[in-house]
Design a protein around this ligand. Sequence first.
Ligand code: HEC
Ligand code: HEC
Length: 347
Amino acid sequence: MKITTMSLAVTFAMTSLAASADEAALRQKAIDAGLEPVPYGLQQVEDNPVTREKIALGKMLFFDPRLSASGVISCNTCHNVGTGGDDNLPTSVGHGWQTGPRNSPTVFNAVFNVAQFWDGRAEDLKAQAKGPVQAGVEMANEPEQVVRTLNSMPEYVERFGLAFPGEEDAVTFDNMAKAIEAFEVTLVTPNAPFDQWLEGNDGAMSDEQKAGLELFIDKGCAACHSGVNIGGQDYYPFGLIKRPGADILPPEDKGRFQVTETASDEYVFRAAPLRNIALTAPYFHSGQIWDLEQAVAVMGTAQLGTQLSDDEAATIAAFLEALTGEQPTIEYPTLPLETDATPKPRL
Ligand code: HEC
Ligand code: HEC
């Protein structure tokens, strides 16, 4: 009897030892596949020192609908920080209820992307931020009008001065973009279950999620989706093996071809960043797929030429849920008061 108990204890010890060896092997495999945790601490970006004055100003600008011609639409309209940093619509709705051509990607962790937009046409966040303010289907404003609006409010003038010390005329369209970039740098989501597990906390992911991680690597997903953002680091044809149907891949949006005008870039898109993916349905640049398992299955056929079983797709989706990090806590800013000189809304 005693011997049985002992051998049971030994067996138990050996299985958990084996389990932790498996755990270590899987962890090494994830690291070798180039999967990385969200780093601690504030990122610094090129040519734009991130100071607290700039972050505070950028936060106001991000939430200020007066950057739009109508006075109704702010960055937060389409990148709602309460819903994963996007708008949960197939494609975004902007000025005058116009529907844009693409799904809104999350602003969370965007600082880790190699470049911005589905096709990477903006090299960084400050270059990106000037786009939506001027886009006819988004905020439909003009730079001069934005500067006029900002200059009409004494608190903004003062805050631009503090954020860009030593500049004679600090209220500029470029500085608006730089301040927004500084705020966006703070929008990172650390401590996802996957990150905690990578750091050595075995219990942070469920067995199903670990199995999903293994499939994610073995099936070849990690070949395109890696780095800190588990994507966002390089460009690939959407439909590398088999082009998806016109509903998912509308023929008129040729992706990176519009940026480089190189034939081989037709239907090439940035490998989508997969952090917080469980929060940002619907999926793909067309926003036509609402179900994460279905999106995984589309990737199997389109990118890998593999018909994933329902079980495999569900297991991989379970792993993707482990990429949901701590959402930033943001206090809604009180915005500067308008004056008589503030341009009136143009609806
Ligand atoms: C009307 C909706 C709308 C508004 C308003 C809007 N965006 Fe976007 N945003 C989008 C869409 C749609 C895309 C993707 C467009 C594309 O890839 O061509 C995008 C892309 C982005 C990206 C790139 C993310 C990535 O992963 O590539 C960032 C960053 C971003 N927007 C920040 C902002 C900021 C800052 C503002 C305010 C100045 C703003 N957006 C206003 C809809 C909007
Ligand atoms: C050959 C490169 C490649 C491979 C392999 C690949 N992907 Fe993708 N993935 C992409 C690209 C490019 C996109 C962006 C597609 C678009 O433009 O809508 C994408 C988009 C996605 C999306 C939608 C993200 C969003 O924000 O809407 C998910 C989910 C996804 N991939 C998961 C996976 C999974 C899971 C696998 C493995 C079964 C996989 N991918 C394999 C390149 C790849």
